[in-house]
Design a protein around this ligand. Structure first.
Ligand code: LLP
Length: 441
């Protein structure tokens, strides 16, 4: 297993993160437990700022909070000078409740409700990324009635097919997101802005997909989007100050993944943008990027307790843990792969091939197929790294499993930032109608 960030193996042969012994964390907070390495999160933000913003001060790094959303996390992003991408009233609510600077919030979504748009307008979020013609109309009339003029970006579908799982591709023409560029809908949308005097058009946005590794896809997309800016200028005379290229940079989950560095990514994008600005004699736009997974992914490790171990001779050895698809749906949904280690046996040789399964009542509840681990026993602590992004964020209560706790570790100290759900939490919203109560069955 690759050791990320502050991970080390201590003198007891235990996995340590942020100076905390993970076996002790499991004892103190219970399992499943998501451990977030604060130093790695901050370090990654700084690398983004260093590569993207320092050389181009108008640029902005905006964290996609769908990857993991929590008020404590919003505070860290604000401290690091990173903006926030929100896609729902709920994500916006978290940002507001953590006093996140509203001007650095970008509000996305393909089906924003009038109530959500009103919430965004009344809190004066920095930008609304308008997805479709319906929304343009609705936003303009809401803005008129509130007497405001929000800054808007138009979400464009550039027609780029990124190499990633089809569920997380978004740049292709046949997508639910955005105004399609190749068929002229995007340009028509820009022209339609003349009818919407309450919207302050600032530029365009796109996002080609997630867990994308090819730098070429980004450079190619930056060029297509820049050429669209040039076309807008030609057709309408409008010069856009903002070019938002979305997120999606792939991270290491297993040795199959070879992510580029943040510097490589910045160079691929900014070299293309600068080249286009020169070629078309266009003022260098402010480039916005929206990394989610690459800020939080490698910084999160899920700790589980090993329970049942079942061997089917000639077939497979199953090691079951006390979580599974309820806290990490990614293996079942996207065939995502992960590494793992036994946190209390870090110095023992990985000599047994096993498959790690969860405790949900479903055969598809597999976390990892065919992984080599030291001999596992009931009570061992299994650590699955790179589970910071889209794990807790996509967690469910399937089988009425309670969602895990999340701790933030740093310099030997662990702070609980999300409490483990209790059975009371699970039943809190449920009601029994009077006609079903009070009868002895
Ligand atoms: N910006 C926009 C407009 C997005 O739609 C997304 C992700 C991002 C930024 C951030 O992308 P990232 O840097 O995190 O890749 N649940 C899937 C990923 C879905 C991503 C959706 N949009 C997964 O677990 O792989």
């Amino acid at each position: 297993m690759k050791l990320h960030g502050t991970m080390t193996v201590n003198s007891r042969g235990h996995l340590e993160i942020g100076g905390c012994d993970t076996v002790s964390l499991a004892g103190e907070f219970g399992t499943p437990l998501i451990v977030l390495d604060e130093a790695l999160i901050r370090e990654t933000c700084r690398q983004y700022i260093e590569a993207f913003v320092k050389p181009y001060p108008g640029n902005q790094v905006v964290y996609a909070s769908k990857a993991f959303s929590s008020p404590a996390f919003c505070r860290i992003m604000a401290e690091e000078g990173v903006g926030l991408d929100v896609v729902s009233g709920g994500e916006l609510y978290f940002a507001i409740m953590s006093h996140f600077p509203a001007k650095n919030i970008f509000f996305h979504g393909n089906n924003k409700s009038p109530a959500e748009l009103e919430m965004a307008l009344s809190h004066q979020v920095g930008y609304i990324v308008v997805d479709n013609a319906d929304e343009l109309k609705m936003l303009n009339s809401l803005a008129a009635s509130l007497g405001v003029k929000p800054a808007v970006l138009l979400r464009i579908t550039p027609g780029v097919e990124a190499h990633t799982h089809e569920y997380i591709q978004t740049g292709q023409i046949d997508s639910k997101f955005g105004f399609t560029l190749p068929n002229g809908q995007a340009l028509a949308a820009v022209k339609s802005l003349a009818d919407y005097p309450c919207l302050d058009f600032k530029g365009v946005h796109c996002h080609i997909g997630s867990q994308v590794f090819e730098m070429d896809s980004y450079a190619h997309t930056a060029r297509i989007m820049f050429e669209f800016l040039v076309q807008i200028r030609q057709e309408t005379g409008i010069v856009c100050p903002i070019l938002n290229l979305g997120g999606g940079f792939g991270i290491y989950y297993t040795a199959e993944d070879r992510p580029a560095t943040i510097e490589d990514y910045a160079a691929a994008v900014m070299d293309t943008v600068k080249e286009c600005a020169g070629k078309y004699n266009y003022p260098l736009p402010r480039v916005i990027i929206e990394p989610g997974r690459s800020i939080i992914g490698n910084a999160g490790t899920t700790l589980y307790t090993v329970g049942t171990i079942k061997t089917i001779p000639g077939f497979r050895k199953y090691v079951a843990v006390d979580g599974g698809m309820a806290d990490n749906i990614r293996p079942s949904l996207y065939q995502a792969k992960y590494e793992a280690a036994i946190a209390n046996k870090m110095n023992l040789p990985a000599e047994v091939t096993v498959s790690v399964t969860g405790k949900c009542c479903e055969s598809g509840d597999m976390l990892i197929w065919d992984i080599e681990l030291p001999q596992a026993e009931r009570g061992d602590i299994l650590a699955v790294p790179s589970t910071g992004a889209y794990s807790y964020a996509m967690a469910s209560n399937y089988n009425n499993l309670a969602r895990p706790a999340v701790v933030l570790v740093r310099e030997g100290k662990a702070d609980l930032i999300i409490e483990r759900e209790s059975y009371e939490d699970l039943i809190r919203k449920h009601k029994i109608p009077a006609r079903l109560q009070g009868r002895n069955l």
